[in-house]
Design a protein around this ligand. Sequence first.
Ligand code: ADP
Ligand code: MG
Length: 318
Amino acid sequence: MNEFDLIARYFSTEDCARGVSLGIGDDCCLLQTNNRKMFAVSVDTLVSGVHFPANASAKNIAERALRVCLSDLAAIAAEPKWFTLALTLPDVDESWLKDFSAALKENAELYNCSLVGGDTTKGPLAITLQVMGEVLENEATKRSAACPGDAIYVTGTLGDAAAALAAINGEIEFGQSEMEFLLDRFYRPMPRFYEQNKIRGLINAAIDISDGLLADLKHICDQSHVAAQINLEALPFSDLLEKFPDSARREKWALTGGDDYELCFTVAGKNKKLIDEMTLSGTLNATEIGSIMEGSGVHCYKQDQLIQFEQQGYLHFE
Ligand code: ADP
Ligand code: MG
C-alpha cells in the first residue's frame, strides 16, 4: 500500500464538513471564512535522510522546508500569510538553531509570511511546516478543474532537482559550477507565486510537481476525470540538462524524479492565446507540453509513438 492508497482508505472523506470548501486530496484545503476570501492550508513534513540528505546544512534545510511547503499555496493560487513550525530535534545545537532560524526568517520575509506558532520535541530530526494563505474561491486552481481540450503547461525547467539528488547520492558526477546550480535548484525551489499571479483567472487546473510530472499530472487527470497526452520532445530543460549527453536519463529525471516544485497547469482554448503571448514575450516562464483529452491516465509520446514508463513517481511505502 502506498501513501495515496493509505490516505484514500483511512482518511478520505466523501462529503465536505461544515465550512470546508475543498477537503482532502488537493495541494491545500480551502476553508470558508467570514470574508470573500478562502483560507488555504497545507502541511508538510521533511524527514532527515528522506526529504533532505542527513548531512544537509541547517540553512539549506530551512530554506528548502519553507519553499516546499509554500509551493502548495502557489499551486492553488493562494497568497501566503502565516505558518507554524513543528520541530523535532535530536539535541539542542545552538549553532544549528541559529543558522536554521536565520534562514527561515529570511525566506519567510522573502515570501511575505510570518511564523505564528509551532511545537518543539526531541527525536530524529524532522521539520513540519503548516502554511496558511488566502485565495478568492473562484480563483483557486484546483486539481479537479482540467477539461478535455485544455493545453498543459509547466513552469521553469524539469529534472534539475533529481539530477542534484543523483549527484548527492554519488550516482553521477558533475563539475563544481554545475553542482552549485543543481544544489541551488534542490535546496532553493521557487514556489511559483509570480507565475500564478500572471496567469490568475486564465487557467483551469494546477498542481505543484513534488513527486514527478507523471505522478502529479496523474492527480489532475484522476480528479478531473480526464486523460493527458504529453509530447516528450517539448519538456523544458535547464541549459545544463539540455547539454547532458544521456537523454534517456534526463527524461527520467524530468518525468519521475520530482522535487522540482514547478507548476503544471491547464489552459482552455479561449485563454491559450494570452498565455502564449506571455511565454513568447518572456513575461511568463512556462512551456506547453501537451493536452487534456477524454479518458484516463497520462500518455507520453515521442514522434507520435507511445512511450511507457514503469515507475511514475516517488512513493513512500513502496
Ligand atoms: P502534496 O504533495 O501536495 O503535499 P500529498 O501528496 O502530501 O500532497 O497529499 C495528498 C492529499 O492528501 C492532500 O490533500 C493532503 O492534505 C491529504 N493527506 C495526506 N495525508 C493525510 C492524512 N494523514 N490525513 C488526511 N489527509 C491527508
Ligand atoms: Mg503539492
